[in-house]
Design a protein around this ligand. Structure first.
Ligand code: GLN
Length: 242
């Protein structure tokens, strides 16, 4: 049996809305299938080995938390994460982590540097925060099989995708990247950024499986009894007005 090797970036700092719960979902869904799960954490000053992990994860954070991590992220982990992305490793980034995938997150008087792994830029807007339940339509396998991700967003930053960036999905309900474009998140091969909290994976178990299968090279996963998880998904969709 394979093992899913996960590296969590700044797990103690980038964990707003219990985003670290996403890791528990990955662990449980692997364990229920007899798939091993190895979790490593990378904090301040730690280097990461792009070959030692199948999936890299960074959660959300307040502006202050992002600022604490950003310089270290760029200085000690950028090259490894860029290599991992180029090698097709899965990189999942939520909210504050998502913003750090791009070129920069601009505050009123300064810029928080980003990894520049995807072509996007975020600006903190002095206007109202974009808060509420959100649902987006995604076509992850690019075969027309559209599915819904449901979650909750709360961000001051407005993210603009550059011409070289593809969104993760189309907003069905909620604000998404900027409250205006109709786009949510970003997708570059297996690099995925999204504003969706929930945490994301407990509310969208099917997406957790997509990540596990993709990270393990596209393996077929044994189905699980997802009655409980599907009920959670339906409830999140109802909360998003669908
Ligand atoms: N601090 C960022 C913003 O407000 C991200 C917030 C978050 O991770 N929920 O835009």
């Amino acid at each position: 049996m394979p093992a899913l090797r996960v590296c969590a970036l700044y797990p103690d700092v980038m964990n707003i809305y219990a985003d670290r719960g996403n890791l528990l979902v990955l662990e449980r869904r692997c364990a229920w299938r007899g798939i091993g799960f190895e979790l490593a954490g990378a904090g301040f000053g730690d280097r990461v080995d792009p070959d030692a992990h199948d999936l890299f994860y960074i959660g959300g954070g307040q502006d202050r938390d992002q600022e604490l991590c950003a310089a270290d992220l760029v200085a000690t982990k950028r090259d490894a994460l860029a290599a991992a992305a180029d090698a097709g490793k899965v990189l999942l980034a939520v909210c504050g982590g998502y913003q750090l995938l791009g070129h920069a997150y601009a505050l009123e008087d300064r810029e928080i540097p980003g990894l520049g792994l995807v072509d996007l830029r975020t600006v903190r807007d002095p206007g109202p925060r974009l808060i509420g339940n959100v649902a987006i339509e995604v076509d992850l396998d690019a075969d027309g099989s559209k599915r819904v991700l449901a979650g909750f967003e709360n961000h001051a930053g407005r993210t603009a995708l550059g011409p070289g960036a593809q969104p993760l999905g189309r907003v069905l309900h909620g604000h998404g990247n900027d409250g205006a474009s109709g786009f949510e998140g970003v997708r570059r091969d297996n690099v995925i950024g999204t504003y969706l909290h929930g945490p994301l994976l407990p509310k969208n178990a099917w997406f957790a499986d997509w990540l596990i299968a993709t990270a393990l090279g596209g393996i077929e996963l044994q189905p699980l009894d997802d009655a409980f998880e599907n009920a959670a998904h339906a409830s999140a969709r109802r909360a998003a007005g669908m």
